[in-house]
Structures are given as C-alpha cells and as structure tokens.
Design a protein. Sequence first.
Length: 234
Amino acid sequence: MTRSSSEPLHAFDTEIERTLHRLRKVRHNVTLDSNSYDSIWNSENSNFTTDESNFFEHQETGSIKNNDRTLKELAIPDVVYQPWCIQCPPLELAQSYELKSSLIHLFPKFHGLAGEDPHKHLKEFHVVCSMMRPQGIQEDHIKMKAFPFSLDGAAKDWLYLQPVLFNTWGDIKRMFLEKFFPTSRTTTIRKEIYGIRQYFSETLFNKLCATCPHHQISEQLLIQYFYEGLMMMD
C-alpha cells in the first residue's frame, strides 16, 4: 500500500499506551487551567460591572437628592437681604438725626420719565433739605437719608437695584445724573442751543441752558447763539 501523505513518519513508540495516557493528562490540565482563568476573569468582570453599576446608581441617587434639595432651597424665600446701597457718614457721638415722617411729603418726586428734568429735581430737593437741617448736622447726611423718599416708579427701582455702595452724596448725585441725564441728552440740548429760535417774552433759551448746566458752552457763544436766533425771526 502506498502513502498518500508526504508528512514524515513518527518514530515507532513501543509504549504507546503510556504515551496516550500522558497526553490525555496534559490535555486535561490545560483544560482545567483555561476554565479556571475564564472563571476568574468572569468573576472579576462581574465584580467590576457590579461596582460600576453601584457607583453610577449611587451617583445618580446623590444627584437626585442634590437636585431636590436645591429646588427646595430655591422655593424658600431668601431672608438674607442685600445691604442698603447708601451708607451715610457717621455722626458725632453727641449728635443724632431722625427724618420725621411728617416732613417726607415735602420732598419733590422724580419718577424717571422721559420728560422729567433731573437737574430741576436736585435743585428742589436741595431747597427742602436745607430747610430741615438741624444745627450741627451736615447737609449731605440729610440728603443721603432723604433722597430715597424723593424717588418713585422707575427711579426708585433704579436706586434699590444698585450693586454699588454710595458713601457720599456726590456719588449718589453723579450716578443719578448718569442714569437719567445721559450723554445723548446732553448732545441733543447742545444742538438745540446752537440752533435756538426764540420769540420775545419767551424763556426757552434760559430753560435749555438750565436743563443742561454742563453744556460747556462759553457765555460769549451763548450770547451769539441767542442773538442769531433773534435775528432769524426778523
């Protein structure tokens, strides 16, 4: 009989039964080791999966609790109010001042409307404060205490929403004018002064100049603009 395979022949084994038993034993040990490795890997992977699941579950539960706590806190009214934006200068130890409620109605009211004149309001406010100033009390102290009572509507909202702290009356006045008398309004009034048209017995020119004290136009130019305005009507 001829061989169909070209592979080399194995050497003749006189103890083939013993060799077969040894090979079966080796294969059995290899199978046990493989099963043991798979069991260990599956156990560790199962533990990792369980730990990971527990971690995310714990994290999700904590997040839900935090969200619940935050929502509850947001629903509770805030009893810690922001400090008042006006800090009056301290008085002397022997001095005291109380703004009487019976005098509050004397203050002029500024609402922050488009047609209101903030400069005129400050002048009227100054007149009232100068009349109620006790002996030895600084006028700025009275103005800082009384100014909120002279505002109403949008103007009062502006003051109550101030994020800055006012330590002087000058700071309050400056911020008040910056808000209710912006640069654009100054530019508009300057143009009106340049092209003034005024008839006899009218006080329009003086009113324009009074509404914008910081127009920065010299007196000589004011006279010139006024004269040219009178000439236009001839």
